[in-house]
Every structure is written in C-alpha cells, then in structure tokens.
Design a protein around this ligand. Structure first.
Ligand SMILES: [Zn+2]
Length: 484
C-alpha cells in the first residue's frame, strides 16, 4: 500500500457513513477537536482561519450597510432575562448560571449570555432619548453559551461564536425593512462567499425566536438531504422596548416605544461549508473563505532542489504578491503523492504542481479540487491563470450546490407522499399547509420534518389546494425538511 492510499483510507467515505465522515474530516483536517468538557470544542488554527475569513467578509457587509460594532457583557442578571416573559421561557432550559464570584455567593445570579437582547435592551433604555438618537444600528461579535443536550462540532455546541445585530427604529416599517434587508444580506453572503444557495422566508410561530414578533431565516440543504438554518433575522416589534422601557421623544414631543430587530449568524456556517461541499476525499472549500487558496507542490525527483524548488519559490512569491493565500509545501519527509491527498482532504481549492519537465518547458500544472481537472499553464502567466481558475472553482461549487438543491426539492400533495420522500429521499418538500400548528406537530411526529421556511410571497399566495396534513383548504406553501 502506498502512503497516499494509507492517508485516504483514514477517512470513512462520505457516501458510506455521512455522520462519521463529518466528524472524522473535522479531526483529520484539524478544523476542530473535542475537549474533556462535553459539547465544548476547540476551533484549531485551520478552522479558525475559515472563521476569520467569514468574519472579515461579513463584517464588511455589516459596516457597509451603516452598522457599527460594540461589545456588551458576557453576564446578564437574572432579573433582566425575566423581563420579557416569552424570552426567558424559551431560553431558560439552556442557560448556564453563575452563582458564586470568588468565594461569595452572588445576591442575584448571572446568566452566561444565551443571546444579548436583555442586556442590550437595558442599555438602550438609558441611551435613547430622542428621535434624533434613532436609528441605533449596533452589531456585536461574541461568544454565546447554550447548555445543549445533544452536540455536534460546529453545528450545535455549548459555546459558539457569532455576530448579533441589535437595532432600534422610530417606526414599525423601518424595523421591518431592516429585518428583511439583513436577511437579503445574509442570503447574498452565503451564495457569494460560501457558494451555498439558500431558501429565504419566514418561520412559523412554532419555530420563531423566543420574544420575537416574527422570525425570518435562510435555510440551506446539506448533501445528506437535511436542512441547516444558516442565519436568522428577527423583527422584535415592541416586545423588548416595552419590557425594558426603551422610549424616545418624537417630533411632537410625545414618548414612543422604539421598534427593534435582532439578527445573527454563527460558526455553524463552517459546518455548512463542510457538509454542503465535502466529498469522499474530504473537504472542498470555496476559494473566498479557504484558509489556503492554492498549494504549490514541487515534484521532488532528481536534483529538484536546484531546479524545481527555485521555480516553485518564485511562483509562490509572485502569487503572494498578488494577494493570494498560497502555501509552498516543500517538506522533504513526504512524497508528492502523499501531499496531494493531504491537501485534497484539507479542501485546498487548487494544487499547483511543478516538476523538472515543467521547469524546462516553463509551465506548471494546475489541478482543481472540485473537478480534479488538470490545466497546464505557462509559468510566466501563472497569477492570471490561478486567479481565473479560483474564480471558476467558486462559481463551480455554487452551480453544483444549486443543482443539488433543485434536484432535491420535491412537491407533495398528500401526507403519504411527504412521509415517503422524508423516509426514502429527504431533501426539501414543498407542500401546502393550512396554518394550523396541530398539522405542523403531526408532521413532525410522523416524519421528523418541520417547516423550515415559508418562502416570500407564498403565504396566502397563488397556490391553493389542500393541506398536506389535514386535507382542509390551504393556501400557504411551506418548505418541509428534516434538519440539524
Ligand atoms: Zn392542516
């Protein structure tokens, strides 16, 4: 057995056991690792680099749309959390509490933030006085703790990283506009940077954020046919402004409660990148968020150190100068074949091979991670070709994911059809729903599928017919799926 084969054999093929593949590829590629504390993971440098690219690209969008970053405390007094009744009810099963500080028992216990509406709402009530103070458009990058029973790296962990936006507006219309503007921004981000197409729309009341008036979400389909919520945007109405007394004086000197929104995306997006794009050989990162966009592997034969290595170094220098994230893998203890499979497993979008014959003819061979196709290009024009091929890979992954989404979205008219698809094919099922929560519950119980999203325009839309669950007249089209 060659050493290449040995490395590949270490990962369970995705097609064989998706769950095992997911966990193994995370550990073998050194994205994250388990710790002795249940449900808590370490994000290792290679995984954290992905998060840094996501952060950078998301932060730019948040700021370009007029928001500013701030930072609020990790701890929230119990009395704050209790102010909004639905909020505390929704979150209390998963809150971690601090009861002792140093050696002293605290007079009031402190929640480790499960989300920050309460502490931010309290501060907003002190800062906002007049219509001139509005809108307030804040975002926070922070860690969050939710005491989860069942955990999975990146998808559901006790502690995770996220950004949370919290805004205040003078009118209901402005708050609704902000809620939808952010959802559209998230959708564009997922498609442009992560190469993951999403379905956008509203959540049902059953699935909405605890304390929100209305929750909107984007949902993506993972390659095992389960849906993953990629981001949410909530219209909070005046629920929190009334609970925290956030009032402003309007132009007529009348006191009004503000209208609020909150919205977030998390490190779960890394889990989505793994599950949406990975294959039997490992990860496939889209170039825009890949820690390493291209790896140069010199073919180490003969007197390669005198011929190939200088050419590889020069190539690396010129690609780096053009702003590309490039690594030269000149390690002597590994064969080129071993390196090929390792970088494939780690999802590096492009491999650049340079051997003695290539140097003689002044070329390099580009090998795409997504299609495995090999493209010989002149060394003198390497940068242009690499940039173009990386753009092609970014597009290619999105196209592939769009096709998968289309191929795995099916319509169902009856409960039996819905159940059959969930049991045998998974994916999204589009079906009409009467709006009754009892039907939602029955479907969840019988098929393990929930309404992921009601697409825009499909609530009381053009499609009329019978509810997939009860058979009564229905005109709300919903996307059902099993989900993470
Ligand atoms: Zn029904």
């Amino acid at each position: 057995m060659s050493d290449t084969e040995r490395l590949v054999k270490q990962i369970t093929p995705k097609s064989e056991d998706f769950s095992r593949w997911y966990v193994e590829v995370i550990q073998k590629a050194e994205l994250a690792d388990y710790t002795p504390m249940k449900g808590m993971m370490v994000i290792r440098p290679y995984g954290y680099a992905v998060w840094e690219h996501i952060q950078r690209l998301m932060d730019r969008r948040i700021k370009d749309s007029g928001h500013v970053n701030a930072y609020f405390p990790l701890f929230i007094p119990e009395s704050f959390l209790k102010k909004e009744a639905e909020h505390v009810e929704g979150f209390s099963p998963e809150v971690a509490w601090v009861t002792i500080g140093g050696k002293e028992e605290l007079e009031e216990k402190l929640a480790v933030r499960p989300t920050s509406e309460a502490i931010i709402g309290y501060m907003y009530s002190r800062w906002i006085k007049s219509y001139r103070d509005l809108p307030v458009l804040y975002n926070q990058w922070a860690n969050i703790v939710r005491w989860e029973k069942v955990t999975r790296p990146f998808l559901r962990t006790t502690e995770f990283l996220w950004q949370e936006g919290h805004t205040c507006h003078a009118t209901a219309e402005e708050a609704q506009e902000e809620t939808l503007k952010i959802l559209a921004m998230y959708k564009e981000f997922c498609e442009t940077e992560l190469a993951i197409p999403v379905i956008d729309g509203s959540k049902t009341l059953r699935e909405k954020f605890a304390g929100a008036q209305m929750t909107y979400a984007i949902e993506a389909l993972m390659s095992d046919g389960k849906a993953l919520q990629m981001g949410t945007s909530h219209n909070l109405g005046q629920h929190f402004s009334k609970a925290f007394d956030i009032k402003y004086e309007d132009r007529n000197q009348c006191l009004q409660y503000v209208w609020q929104t909150s919205w977030g995306t998390t490190t779960r997006m890394i889990g989505a990148l793994i599950m949406a794009h990975g294959d039997d050989a490992g990860l496939r990162f889209p170039p825009n968020v890949a820690p390493i966009q291209a790896v140069i592997v010199p073919i180490s034969v003969g007197n390669w150190k005198d011929t190939v290595l200088p050419a590889a170094r020069a190539a690396a220098a010129s690609l780096k100068a053009a702003g590309l994230r490039v690594e030269l893998d000149a390690r002597e203890e590994f064969t080129p074949g071993w390196k090929f499979s390792e970088h494939e497993m780690r999802g590096v979008p492009l491999r650049i091979e340079i051997g003695p014959r290539d140097v003689k003819s002044g070329q390099a061979v580009l090998v795409r991670r997504d299609t495995r196709s090999k493209i010989p290009v002149p060394l003198a024009e390497l940068t242009n070709h690499v940039q173009a091929v990386l753009a092609g890979i970014q597009d290619g992954l999105l196209r592939e994911a769009r096709k998968f989404l289309a191929d795995n979205t099916r319509d169902a008219e009856t409960y039996e059809e819905l159940k059959d698809t969930m049991e045998n094919k998974r994916g999204f099922v589009r079906a009409l729903w009467c709006g009754d929560q009892a039907c939602e519950d029955r479907i969840k119980e019988g098929t393990m599928a929930t309404i992921r999203v009601i697409p825009f325009g499909a609530e009381h839309g053009e499609r009329k017919g019978r509810c997939v669950s009860c058979g009564r007249a229905a005109d709300t089209l919903a996307y059902f799926a099993r989900s993470y």
